[in-house]
Design a protein around this ligand. Structure first.
Ligand SMILES: *Cc1c(COP(=O)(O)O)cnc(C)c1O
Length: 228
């Protein structure tokens, strides 16, 4: 077995252990393999090993890979997990299945407008800036509901949940941000019953994220290796 497949199995085992420790069913946690900076061939290898969900940050890089993989990986599910500039929204609306980084009404409207009607609705998570850092993308926790109300009224998108990238400096802070996300999701679910997704957890904080209710973990380095 090559390294990528072995790494993937290790991550799946970590998810399994974290889920059991949290009293959760591991089936409720979906692994998104984050391939930024790595070649399409690596994604194809993982696809052949059974991986279907892949995340990408940079639209141009993603476009090249998506083109390469279109024929060989027909069931591949693309998740956009990087900031989307308005002028890049069309390819996302046309070719992605999920956007984890919705951060404005304007972007939501564009994505809905540009989503081809023959495709299922684009699945959206609102990115939350859990650290109140102005350097980060995402909306403030107290702005989530306002944006959710706008998104819920749009025709070709489906609001599925929330996503965050916590501040990485210490575990205590990270866990506090995960707890905030769990509470925000619970609030959103009171109003919107289709909301079921908490996208959080990366290579270094996967277990804590699962403990706090993550349903999608976005794993790069633990599968692909370190980025140069
Ligand atoms: C790069 C990235 C990941 C994966 O991070 P790793 O530490 O490599 O697991 C997850 N989410 C986002 C938004 C990223 O940019």
């Amino acid at each position: 077995m090559n390294d990528l497949s072995a790494n993937r199995l290790k991550v799946l085992a970590q998810i399994q252990m974290a889920a059991v420790a949290a009293g959760r069913d591991a089936e409720t946690v979906r692994l998104i393999a984050v391939g930024k900076t790595f070649p399409a061939a690596d994604i194809a290898t993982l696809y052949r090993a059974g991986q279907r969900d892949f995340g990408e940050n940079y639209i141009q890089e993603w476009q090249r890979k998506a083109q390469d993989l279109r024929d060989s990986c027909p069931d591949l599910v693309w998740h956009i997990i990087g900031h989307i500039q308005s002028n890049k929204s069309r390819v996302v609306a046309e070719q992605a299945a999920w956007v984890h980084t919705l951060d404005s009404v304007k972007l939501a409207r564009r994505l809905s407008h540009q989503r081809p009607s023959h495709l299922p609705p684009l699945q959206l998570c609102i990115e939350v800036n859990t650290s109140a850092s102005t350097a980060k993308h995402g909306v403030a926790p107290n702005e989530v509901m306002v944006l959710a109300d706008e998104v819920a009224a749009l025709p070709n998108v489906c609001l599925r949940g929330l996503m965050c990238v916590p501040t990485a400096d210490n575990r205590e802070q990270t866990v506090a941000e995960f707890a905030l996300m769990r509470d925000l999701l619970a609030g959103l679910q009171q109003k919107y019953h289709q909301v079921d997704t908490l996208s959080m957890g990366m290579s270094d904080d996967l277990a804590d994220a699962v403990a706090y209710g993550a349903t999608m973990v976005r794993i790069g380095r633990a599968i692909f290796g370190s980025r140069s």
